[in-house]
Design a protein around this ligand. Structure first.
Ligand code: IVH
Length: 674
C-alpha cells in the first residue's frame, strides 16, 4: 500500500472480490447461458453495492470489474492496433459442386483419398473483432481493419454483455497467459428492428441492416451510446494462444465455453463432406427463424495439424471456405405507395411492389418507414428499385435505379386525412412521423389489439390478425377490455373460426388473465414505453393505481425514465378513456401478483443538472448513479433544481445556476454524495 493512502480493510476487499466474482457469474448465466439464477432486481442490488464500494474506495479500481461494462469516457479518436497474427478472410463457394471442389483440393494437398473431418457452422453476418485476454483479463479489443491493423475499440467491446471482462476458470484448461479470441459482434434481428423503429420516429437515418447497425455502434467514440445497443458476440477462432494447445477446432470451441465465451451456435462436426452438405441445407432452411443474421456456412478442417499442413494462399486459409447463401436482393418496380396506419396512429408509407421472389419468399410490399426516408432515397411511384430481405427482417428498398426512369414516375404525397377514418393527419413538430389524430380510428384499434394479444404482451394464443380485424369491423371489440367479454358463441360466428377453435380461444383468453404488472402495462401500448421500462415503472411504484395517478414529475424519478416517456405515460393515464379500459380489464378478471415497491433512495426528491465533462466518470454514468440513489437528473436549470454539478468547461447552465442561487457542486462534491 502506498504511503499516505488509508488501508482498505480486508473485509471490504473481500466483499468487493466476492461481488465481482458473483456478478461475473450472473453475467455469464444471463448473457451467455440465458439461464439467470437471480431476478433483475437482485442483480441490481449486488451491482449497486459494488458501485458504492468502488466509489468509496477508489484504490480498489479494476478495469476488469463488472462495473466497467457501462462505458468509459468518450475518446477523441480510435488508435490503431496491430494484430499479432493477421486476421484472414475466407474464399467463397456458392454451390455443392464448388464445395466438392474445395474438398477435393483439401484431399489433394493432404495427399489422401480418405474422408476429412470438417466443422460446419453458421457464418455470422456481423463485424469481425479480436479480443486479447492477458492472464484471463480483457485488455484490448479491436476491429479486423485491413487484417493486419485494426482500430482499438476496447471501451465499446467492454459494453457487450456476452463478452466477459474476466475469463472463467475451468478444470480442463488453465487460463492461457495470452489468448487472442476472434469472433463476430452482431445485433440480434429483433433489437435491430426496434432500434430502427425508434430512429424512424425521431427522424434519424435508418440503418440498412443489422450489420451496418453493429458497425455503427462499434465506431462510437462515446461508449455510453454503444452500451445502449444490445450487441452480442460469438467466437469462431483464435489468433495467438500462449499456455495451452488444442488438437482440433472442436476442442477449442469446448474450451471457449468453459472460459465463458460463446462459440458460434449450431456448429457440427462432419466426418464426411456429405454431412457438410446436410448442415448447409439445414442451416439454409432455418436461416429465417434464427435470432441473428447469417449469410452462409463456414466449413473448416477440424484438425489443427491438418490446418497447418494446408496453410494459406494470399489472404485466405486453404483449410476453410465459406458457402454463401443465394442472394437475397432482387429488382422490381414500385406499383404504388400507400400509407398504413399503426397502433399510435403513425402513417407509415408502404411500397406495393410487383411480386418478386427473394430467397424463396414472394415479396409484395416493403416499408418505406417515413417521408424523410422516401426523400433521402428519392423513391417514386413507378420506380425500378432494388429490394432486400435479410432473414425475417421486413423487406426494404435498398435504392432506386434512376437510369430506368421513363418520366412517368410520380412522387408520393402524404394525405391530409387518414385513409381509414378520415380524421386530420398531423405532423408533430420535430418529428418525422405523420399521425392520424382520429380518436376512434379502426386501423389504430386493430393494431393496438394485435399488440395487446401478441406473444410477449398478454400472449393470447390463437388471437391473430384475421380474427382481430373481424372483431373490430363487427364492433365486437372497441378496446382491449372487450376481448375478455367475448363468448364462444360470438367467436364461433366469425369466419375461419369453428366451434372448437372458438372454445380454445376463450380458454386462451382466460389463461392470459393471469399475468404480471409489467406485462400488462407494456401490453397497453403506451408510446415510448417498452417492456424494460414498464418493468422499471412497475418495480418502482409497486402497484397500478399509483402508476396511474403519478404525475409527470414523479414518473421522471423512476430510473431510466426520461421526460419523453414520463410525459407519454402521464398523458396516457390522464385520459379517462384509457383509465376506463384498465378498469374494464381488472373487472373482467385480469390479475397479477403484487410487487414490493422499492424503498426510496438516499437522494430521493433531489434534482440534479450536470454540466461540463467529468474527469472520473462519463455523464451517463453519473446520471445512472445519481438515479440509482433516487435522485432525478434533468437537463435544464430552474428554481426547482437542487444542485448543478459543474465539471470541466461548464456551459451556460453554471451561469444560470449562479443567477438563480442554485448550489453548484464540484466533481469531488458529487462523488462524495454518491
Ligand atoms: S472463420 C480465416 N467462422 O467471415 C478466417 N469466420 O470472410 C477464419 N465469419 O472475417 C474465419 N462467421 O468475420 C469464421 N463461423 C465463422 C464466421 C466467420 C462469420 C466472418 C469473419 C471473417 C469472414 C470471412
Amino acid at each position: 500500500m502506498a504511503a499516505g493512502s488509508t488501508a482498505v480493510s480486508q473485509e471490504i476487499q473481500q466483499e468487493v472480490e466476492r461481488l465481482r466474482t458473483e456478478l461475473a457469474l450472473h453475467n455469464h448465466r444471463y448473457y451467455v447461458l440465458d439461464e439467470p439464477l437471480i431476478s433483475d432486481a437482485e442483480y441490481d442490488q449486488l451491482f449497486r453495492r459494488l458501485v458504492d464500494l468502488e466509489t468509496e474506495y477508489p484504490e480498489l479500481h479494476d478495469p476488469a470489474s463488472p462495473t466497467q461494462k457501462v462505458g468509459a469516457p468518450p475518446l477523441a479518436a480510435f488508435t490503431q492496433v496491430r494484430h499479432t497474427v493477421p486476421m484472414l478472410s475466407l474464399a467463397n463457394v456458392v454451390s455443392r459442386a464448388e464445395m466438392q471442389e474445395f474438398h477435393q483440393r483439401v484431399q489433394r494437398t493432404l495427399e489422401t483419398t480418405q474422408d476429412v473431418e470438417y466443422v460446419a457452422e453458421p457464418k455470422i453476418d456481423g463485424v469481425a473483432v479480436e479480443l486479447v485476454y492477458e492472464n484471463g483479463k480483457l485488455t484490448v479489443g479491436s476491429t479486423r481493419g485491413d487484417g493486419v491493423t485494426g482500430e482499438d475499440v476496447t471501451a465499446n467491446l467492454k459494453t457487450v454483455r456476452s463478452i466477459p471482462l474476466t475469463l472463467l476458470s475451468q478444470p480442463a484448461h488453465p487460463i492461457p497467459r495470452r489468448l487472442e479470441v476472434r469472433g463476430e459482434v452482431f445485433l440480434p434481428k429483433a433489437s435491430f428492428r426496434s432500434l430502427n423503429d425508434t430512429r424512424a420516429e425521431t427522424g434519424e437515418p435508418l440503418f440498412a441492416n443489422p450489420r451496418n447497425a453493429t458497425a455503427g455502434s462499434l465506431k462510437q467514440l462515446d461508449s455510453a451510446i454503444t452500451a445502449q445497443r444490445p450487441l452480442d458476440f460469438f467466437c469462431y477462432g483464435v489468433g495467438q494462444i500462449e499456455g495451452d494447445v488444442f488438437a482440433s477446432y472442436w476442442e477449442l470451441r469446448r474450451a471457449f465455453t468453459g472460459w465463458g465465451i460463446k462459440p458460434v451456435p449450431l456448429g457440427r462436426v462432419c466426418p464426411t463432406v456429405e454431412e457438410v452438405f446436410t448442415v448447409c441445407d439445414d442451416l439454409e432452411t432455418r436461416r429465417d427463424s434464427l435470432e441473428y443474421d447469417i449469410d452462409g456456412v463456414v466449413i473448416k478442417v477440424n484438425s489443427f495439424a491438418l490446418q497447418a499442413q494446408l496453410g494459406q494462399i494470399s489472404r485466405s486459409p486453404r483449410w476453410a471456405t465459406a458457402y454463401k447463401f443465394p442472394a437475397i436482393q432482387a429488382t422490381t418496380t414500385v406499383l404504388n405507395i400507400v400509407p398504413q396506419v399503426g397502433r399510435i396512429g403513425t402513417l407509415t408509407p408502404v411500397a406495393e411492389l410487383a411480386p418478386v421472389h427473394i430467397g424463396g419468399v414472394t415479396v409484395k410490399s416493403a416499408s418505406l418507414h417515413n417521408m424523410d426516408e422516401i426523400k433521402r432515397k428519392d423513391i417514386r411511384i413507378g420506380d425500378t428499385v432494388i429490394v432486400e430481405r435479410a432473414g425475417d427482417v421486413i423487406p426494404y428498398v435498398v435504392k432506386t435505379i434512376p437510369e430506368k426512369r421513363t418520366g412517368r414516375e410520380r412522387s408520393f404525397v402524404m394525405p391530409a386525412t387518414c385513409p381509414v377514418c378520415g380524421a386530420q393527419v398531423a405532423r408533430e413538430e420535430g418529428e418525422a412521423a405523420y399521425r392520424c389524430t382520429g380518436p376512434f380510428c379502426p386501423a389504430q384499434l386493430k393494431e393496438s389489439l394485435k399488440f395487446f394479444a401478441a406473444r410477449g404482451s398478454m400472449d393470447i394464443d390463437g388471437l391473430g390478425e384475421k380474427i382481430i380485424d373481424q372483431l373490430v369491423d363487427k364492433k365486437l371489440a372497441q378496446d382491449p377490455g372487450d376481448l375478455y367479454l367475448l363468448t364462444a358463441e360470438q367467436l364461433a360466428a366469425l369466419d375461419r373460426l369453428g366451434e372448437k377453435s372458438a372454445h380454445n380461444l376463450v380458454a386462451a383468453l382466460e389463461r392470459s388473465k393471469t399475468t404480471t404488472l409489467p406485462r400488462l402495462i407494456a401490453a397497453l401500448g403506451i408510446r415510448h414505453l417498452g417492456e424494460a421500462t414498464a418493468r422499471q415503472l412497475a418495480e418502482y411504484f409497486g402497484d397500478l393505481d399509483r402508476i396511474m395517478q403519478a404525475e409527470e414529475e414523479a414518473l421522471q424519478d423512476v430510473p431510466d425514465i426520461g421526460p419523453e416517456v414520463a410525459r407519454s405515460v402521464a398523458a396516457f393515464f390522464g385520459q379517462e378513456r384509457n383509465r376506463a379500459v384498465v378498469k374494464k380489464l381488472l373487472d373482467t378478471g385480469v390479475h397479477f401478483p403484487r410487487l414490493e415497491a422499492k424503498p426510496a433512495g438516499r437522494l430521493h426528491g433531489q434534482t440534479f443538472v450536470l454540466t461540463g465533462s467529468l474527469a472520473s466518470l462519463t455523464r451517463p454514468q453519473a446520471k445512472q448513479r445519481l438515479e440509482a440513489l433516487g435522485a432525478k437528473v434533468t437537463s435544464s436549470v430552474s428554481k426547482k433544481t437542487d444542485y448543478v454539478v459543474a465539471g470541466i468547461d461548464p456551459g451556460s447552465k453554471r451561469d444560470k445556476a449562479e443567477k438563480l442561487g442554485v448550489p453548484i457542486l464540484s466533481e469531488e462534491e458529487l462523488l462524495e454524495k454518491l
